[in-house]
Ligand binder design. Structure first.
Ligand SMILES: CC(C)(COP(=O)(O)OP(=O)(O)OC[C@H]1O[C@@H](n2cnc3c(N)ncnc32)[C@H](O)[C@@H]1OP(=O)(O)O)[C@@H](O)C(=O)NCCC(=O)NCCS
Length: 110
């Protein structure tokens, strides 16, 4: 959960945690519209990456956004992620397979 004081304003989670030689996971998040533009997503993504690289001992965090989701792409760029490229027909949303821009961040020093 993403909290402002005691109020829940959003959600963030790591998923697809794979260990062995990959040590990678995915991150997904949303922030309620009324709270957009205040840096909450950027702060939450930065924090959960720290947890992934320290407490979970992972090497890599991956994220994907719709091509049109420029706000989310800003969040990722501002959180140390690099753009990998476009994955065609990556995720089924509203009944159709939609292209996504994939990003990744690797742990400092790896
Ligand atoms: C995308 C989302 C997570 C952003 O949350 P947020 O708390 O408003 O994000 P932040 O305030 O940390 O940062 C937003 C950035 O996007 C930029 N931005 C916002 N709207 C934009 C737009 N329409 N076009 C381009 N950039 C935009 C902001 O200027 C800011 O970048 P900056 O810090 O370089 O100025 C939120 O809008 C959301 O939950 N959307 C619906 C679900 C979703 O898209 N989740 C992500 C799936 S990949």
């Amino acid at each position: 959960m993403v909290l402002v004081g005691s109020e829940v304003v959003g959600f963030i989670a790591l998923s697809n945690v794979i260990r062995w030689n990959f040590r990678s996971c995915s991150v997904g998040y949303w922030i309620a519209e009324a709270h957009n533009g205040r840096g909450h997503a950027t702060a939450a993504v930065r924090r959960i990456c720290e947890l992934a690289f320290t407490e979970l001992g992972l090497h890599r965090v991956e994220a994907g956004t719709l091509l049109t989701n420029e706000a989310s792409q800003h969040v990722l760029s501002n959180s140390g992620f690099s753009r990998i490229g476009v994955a065609p027909k990556y995720l089924e949303i509203a009944g159709s397979w939609q292209d996504h821009v994939l990003f990744q961040r690797v742990a400092d020093g790896d």
